[in-house]
Design a protein around this ligand. Structure first.
Ligand code: SER
Length: 605
């Protein structure tokens, strides 16, 4: 089966089990402060798990673009060096929201793998959660008993919390899980060493292909677990690994998902995959990263200097560096791979086709500017080398290597390579110390401590701000957040006339008052569908009724700028063309900003 046929057969199978098929959510996450990128198929359903959104379809299946390059799930450093981790990958998933549970989930996983795909049963293993005393959780005997219907008991393996208790992040939905692993080694090798010893042991041919999570809990900020409103199933199968298993390959990169790209790189760099292990790593890195970069751009995240955009820029630069160092690519080359990517993935993800020229243009510009930085860095490095030689030394200080890394994007291996050509070395220990210090700085700058919600009153928060800017309200819940050593409080009100920051329009400000006092609401944000009001202090009595009043003059100024943004967008489409799409926008009381991509500089006129 080709990759395309495999993707389709999964969706067809679950459609035949009454699942509703939905499209992949964007890979870039805009409305959840705990995530920058979609890191699992279940992200788009988080609100349903938590009970904050209604269940429209109790059974769903899809193929989701995921990216694991930041936060709790981060595989970046492995990518390219091994043959089965990726930054971006596709996750095939089926979900039950309060509908079926372990019995059906396991039965259907088994049916799909062994009857539809006809994978060799003797190569499959299942892991189940062994329990964890510190969390007060028992072994998942239920899953073990169900698995025993399909597998001999010696191929059902206990796993610990790290491997068999799945969590989206530090907070959020979680639960015990049961993974399916496959042993793809040759019969000879299998006879020498039983596969059971290699499950979860980082063996490239004994890999996890499918994770069945039995979502039962919500992890709170204080680390405790509370039961979810309904028991749910969340499964995720690594599409690229499944293709490897079905197509009888030893590496994800040998499947038809990646081969066209590998070949295109070989053509550009005049080399053959498999001839030189260093070049192979570089080819895998580039093959993997070009997908991530292209899909991020089509999902609206361009490389930039901050947050999610910076993550994408770093991935792009990692690809350029590998090409530069190991494949001799000193001119933009990543942008030339887009037609090949479109050939193999454009049908399943048409956004690649409609945005092809934008993607190519953005990547080319990024490559050009980074290659210039690299050149500048190389000149600086040559100067330092000469000075160091004059001092009669052959070792470059770690501090200098770190400046090259931090300012010019030189990874240590590139610096080392150039030094080796000059019979010199670098003090790697000093470099590590500097690196550690920088990580510490980044952590401190980004840290936000979020407390648990304290509930005053149960209920939903109704937005009344389209009709009124003032209303009588109650506080439903509140929590404390601390950032850069400053304390704030977040309140959920019902009802609320305050508009939460959304689609670039900044949130309302105003006051909350009763007979005793008046509190300033400095901002309103939207989080998982909830309006959250920010203030510097809590009212003395949080249980009374208040009058919530939006600063009306400010709101009207914001509304005017919002309208003007739409007018500007329409004008740009008329004048520059229909490709002008909103990539980002900011609408405040004083100004508006509208981000879009165009192939050339826009004239002032
Ligand atoms: N959420 C689980 C995972 O990402 C299963 O989909 O592995």
């Amino acid at each position: 089966m080709t990759a395309k046929e495999i993707r389709k057969s999964f969706l067809d199978f679950f459609a035949s089990k009454q699942h509703h098929i939905v499209p992949s959510a964007p890979m870039v996450v805009k409305n959840d402060p705990t995530l920058m990128f979609t890191n699992a198929g279940m992200n788009q359903f988080k609100d349903i798990f938590l009970g904050n959104a209604p269940i429209k379809y109790p059974r769903i299946a899809d193929s989701q673009k995921c990216l694991r390059v930041s936060g709790k799930h981060n595989d970046l450093e492995e990518v390219g060096h091994d043959t089965y981790h990726h930054t971006m990958f596709e996750m095939l998933g089926n979900w039950s929201f309060g509908d079926y549970f372990k019995e059906e989930a396991i039965a259907w996983a088994w049916e799909y793998l062994t009857e539809v795909l006809k994978l060799d049963k003797s190569r499959l293993y299942a892991t189940i959660f062994e329990g964890d005393e510190s969390e007060g959780l028992e072994r998942d005997d239920e899953a073990a008993t169900i698995w025993a219907k399909y597998l001999p008991v010696d191929r059902i393996i206990n796993g610990n919390k790290k491997d068999n208790f799945w969590e989206m992040g530090d907070m959020g939905p979680c639960g015990p899980c049961s993974e399916i692993h496959i042993d793809l080694r040759s019969d000879e090798e299998r006879a020498k060493k039983p596969g059971v010893e290699l499950v979860n042991a980082d063996h490239p041919q004994v890999v996890e292909i499918w994770n069945n999570v039995f979502m039962q809990f919500n992890r709170k900020a204080d680390g405790s677990l509370e039961p979810l409103p309904a028991k749910c199933v969340d499964t995720g199968m690594g599409f690229e690994r499944l293709c490897m298993a079905i197509q009888g390959k030893q590496s994800n990169y040998d499947t038809d998902v990646f081969q066209p790209l590998i070949k295109a790189i070989g053509k550009l760099a005049n080399c053959q995959y498999g001839d030189d292990s260093k070049k192979d790593i570089a080819m895998r890195v580039i093959t993997d990263h070009i997908r991530t970069i292209a899909f991020s751009i089509t999902d609206g995240q361009l490389p930039s200097n901050a947050k999610a955009g910076y993550v994408i820029r770093r991935i792009l630069r990692r690809a350029v560096r590998y090409g530069y160092t190991f494949l001799g690519q000193q001119k933009p080359f990543l942008c030339q791979l887009i037609p090949t990517l479109i050939d193999s993935m454009g049908e399943a993800y048409p956004e690649l086709i409609s945005q092809q020229s934008l993607v190519e243009k953005v990547i080319k510009e990024e490559e050009e500017s980074f290659l210039r930085t690299l050149e500048t860095g190389i000149r600086l490095l040559e100067k330092i080398i000469n000075e160091t030689k004059k001092e009669g030394k052959t070792e470059l200080s770690g501090n200098n290597a770190f400046i090259l890394y931090d300012t010019y994007g030189f990874p240590l291996d590139l610096t080392e390579l150039i030094l080796r050509e000059n019979n010199m070395t670098v003090n790697a220990k000093e470099f590590d110390v500097e690196m550690q210090k920088q990580k510490e700085r980044a952590r401190n700058a980004a840290a936000i401590e979020t407390g648990d919600w304290i509930t005053i009153k149960e209920g939903e928060s109704n937005f009344v701000g389209y009709d009124t800017t003032e209303s009588e309200v109650e506080i439903l819940r509140y929590r404390k957040v601390t950032q850069k050593k400053e304390d704030f409080f977040q309140l959920v009100l019902n009802p609320t006339p305050f508009y939460g920051e959304m689609g670039g329009q900044c949130g309302d400000a105003g006051t909350l008052s009763n007979d005793e006092e008046t509190i300033s609401i400095i901002d309103t944000k939207k989080e998982n569908g909830l309006s959250i009001h920010l203030c510097k202090k809590l009212p003395k009595d949080v249980t009374t009724t208040f009058v919530a009043k939006v600063n009306e003059k400010r709101r009207i100024a914001i509304e005017n700028n919002h309208t003007a943004t739409h007018l500007l967008h329409e004008s740009l489409r008329e004048i520059l063309g229909n490709h002008v799409e909103q990539k980002g926008s900011l609408v405040t009381e004083n100004e508006l900003r509208f981000d879009f991509s165009h192939f050339q500089k826009v004239s002032s006129e």
